[in-house]
Write a protein that binds this ligand. Structure first.
Ligand code: NAD
Length: 442
């Protein structure tokens, strides 16, 4: 098929590249000229394992193209995907300005019957707004062209995006038109060679809702476990053991019940807020969802609080080595990362920070922590330790899992580790002579 993917960010670039890999002819469109120029030369603006090789292969194979010219590419296209950002608006709702701008542009340029697919995460009712925006433009042009708006929310995870897209747990297609559903089924069939059961079709509104509910459910699991961790500390229990004890129940399961420094990233914080806001707009107070958010806001600061309990509220003259800045491993994404909040708090209290992350240092240095001269960046995890009073682990990158503990001890001024992701065995840390602080165990 000829596909146009509008918005070449995490979702647009990964989706477009994976569709191209399956033999479709894909053009990824973006308003960011610099990004498109770079992509044409094979320069990938994000870090995502496996993506660069796949993009280059499909550029060479002429299945993947990049452009800023939507009008030109819409002419040859069967399906147009909207994959632009839906950031958090001032009132917590999803800001639809980019989605509706794209819808308007589609209406201004389309010349033949089209399927328009919402891949962005959008609140219930957005497909109707997209349809209306396109229709308005067609009316201005005095054209009567048939089109269908389909909801196809994306569930990929940053860091595993390629494998999530190529081997999805499920693909949700919300459509009110049989022929559009059929076309989407054909497009996705190569991704489900063994069984098409994982392509789930439903009405548009339920599909829009499904994405928010999936993210809110995952965020709830995280906040629930963090709440449990905080109670464990108070009562003298070990959350690491409790986690194993409950996960063994097949109704609960082991996934997503790790205690830590709270969730971040581009999706959970904004999607949880947007779902709460949608409920509010319909006169419903979503208490559980509000609590998920409140617990997460508090959890982001638990490690900073442990540092203050150990070193005092005034951290002047203290230096901390930070291992990990990204909101999770395998990505350079720092949006809403707990590291931002924790580092800012330490610096405000007078501390110096020596940071290392395998991929996110550019993001930190040039964007999220750019106004903080007290933060310096190093090329390796061990370099951050020199002269530091403690090491604070904030992202569970694999390279932090089994460090040279002797070197860690020798380089630090005092052998103190604050572990925001419970990566180490506390008995082992004590035997090695560390003062070891983790989440959910005193
Ligand atoms: P992003 O910010 O990385 O990328 C959005 C891109 O859209 C940018 O490159 C921007 O320049 C471009 N854009 C904006 N207006 C445009 C226009 N009028 N025409 C063409 N391009 C335009 O966003 P993202 O992380 O890819 O997220 C996109 C959507 O997918 C959001 O709704 C998000 O919630 C959802 N989502 C994201 C993830 C994720 O892990 N990042 C996962 C699932 C769903």
């Amino acid at each position: 098929m000829n596909l146009t993917v509008i918005g070449t960010g995490y979702v647009g670039l990964v989706s477009g590249t994976c569709f191209a890999e399956m033999g479709n002819r894909v053009t990824c469109i973006d308003v960011d000229e610099k990004k498109i120029k770079g992509l044409k030369e094979g320069i990938i603006p994000i870090y995502e394992p496996g993506l660069e090789a796949m993009v280059k292969r499909n550029i060479e194979g002429e299945t993947l193209h990049f452009s800023t010219d939507l009008g030109e590419h819409l002419k040859k296209c069967d399906i147009a995907f909207i994959a632009v950002g839906t950031p958090m608006g001032d009132d917590g709702s999803a800001d639809l300005q980019y989605v509706l701008q794209v819808a308007k542009e589609i209406g201004q340029h389309m010349q033949h019957s089209l399927i328009i697919v919402d891949k962005s995460t959008v609140p219930v009712g957005t497909a109707d707004k997209v349809r209306q925006a396109i229709q308005n433009e067609l009316e201005k042009r005095k054209l009567n062209i048939e089109f269908h708006v389909v909801s196809n929310p994306e569930f990929l995870k940053e860091g595993d995006a390629i494998s999530d897209f190529m081997k999805p747990d499920r693909v949700v297609v919300g459509s009110d038109d049989e022929s559009a559903t059929k076309k989407m089924r054909t497009l996705y069939s190569p991704f489900f060679r063994s069984s098409m059961d994982r392509l789930i079709t439903m009405d548009v509104r339920s599909a829009e809702m499904t994405k928010y509910v999936a993210n809110a459910m995952l965020a709830t699991k995280i906040s629930f476990m963090n709440e449990v961790a905080n109670i464990c500390e108070l009562v003298g229990a070990d959350v690491n053991k409790v986690r194993i004890g409950i996960g063994s129940d097949s109704r609960i399961g082991y996934s997503f019940i790790y205690p830590g420094s709270g969730y971040g990233g581009s999706c959970f914080p904004k999607d949880v807020k947007a779902l709460k806001r949608t409920a509010q707009e319909h006169g419903y107070t979503a208490d559980l969802i509000s609590a998920v958010e409140d617990v997460n806001d508090r959890q982001k600061m638990v490690i900073a609080k442990k540092v203050v309990d150990r070193f005092g509220a005034d951290l002047t003259g203290k230096t901390f080595a930070i291992w990990g800045l990204a909101f999770k491993p395998q990505t350079d994404d720092m949006r809403e990362a707990p590291a931002i909040y924790i580092i800012k708090d330490l610096v405000e209290r007078g501390a110096k920070v020596q940071a290392y992350d395998p991929k996110a240092m550019d993001e930190a240095q040039h964007f999220y922590l750019k106004d903080l001269p007290a933060v310096s960046y190093y090329h390796s995890k061990y370099e951050t330790l020199q002269g530091a009073d403690a090491m604070i682990l904030l992202t569970e990158w694999k390279e932090f899992r089994s460090p040279d503990f002797e070197e860690l001890k020798q380089q630090l001024n005092t052998p103190i580790v604050f572990d925001g992701r419970n990566q180490y065995n506390d008995q082992m840390m004590q035997d090695l002579g560390f003062e070891y602080f983790q989440i959910g165990k005193k």
